[in-house]
Design a binder for this molecule. Structure first.
Ligand code: FES
Ligand code: FES
Length: 173
């Protein structure tokens, strides 16, 4: 057994004892009942299980949870799909996903949403030139697999959110 304490969507959990072989995905879904984080390939290949990890320097990135031991998240601050909307209000990115019909079964959506949110926050800190935007979005969402093949609509949704607020996300916007 290992001790685990972490912050999820702004709320402290633990310290608690968890089995060494418990994955982070099972911890979220089975222990905490947070089933928004999905389990797809189970091999760190599709990123449907990815959550946001917030670092002390103010940057964030996503990490898959399907094969990562829950104990490896000890001391971390993370966000999951359940942490995006506030007081029932969807974020602009969530609204854009809906408006673009970006998902079909929705299984990959938590991973795409987390990655898109990380990208928006990164661009708010470090805007890119309009000419580099398509590649920036493609690079950010690369690695997220959608079995329903909704890639284009996800890209369009993220792009629309960025272009709707160019002063925030684009260099010289
Ligand atoms: S389920 Fe974790 S990467 Fe596919
Ligand atoms: S919407 Fe079904 S896997 Fe992406």
């Amino acid at each position: 057994m290992t001790q685990l304490a972490l912050t999820i969507n702004g709320r402290a959990h633990g310290p608690m004892d968890v089995r060494d072989d418990l994955t982070m995905n099972d911890f979220l879904r089975e222990y905490l009942g947070m089933t928004g984080t999905k389990f797809g390939c189970g091999a760190a290949q599709c990123l449907s299980c990815a959550v946001i990890v917030d670092l002390p320097d103010g940057t964030s990135h996503t990490e898959p949870t399907c094969i990562a031991p829950a104990a490896s998240f000890d001391g971390k601050t993370i966000r999951t799909i359940e942490g995006h909307a506030e007081n029932g209000q969807l974020t602009v990115l969530q609204k854009a996903f809906i408006e673009h019909f970006a998902f079909q079964c929705g299984y990959c959506t938590p991973g795409f949403l987390n990655e898109g949110q990380v990208l928006l926050e990164q661009l708010a800190r470090t805007p890119v030139a309009r000419a580099d935007l398509e590649k920036t979005i493609a690079d950010a969402l690369d690695g997220h697999l959608c079995r329903c093949t909704g890639y284009v609509k996800y890209h369009e949704a993220v792009r629309d959110v960025i272009l709707a607020d160019p002063h925030r996300f684009l260099k010289g916007g």
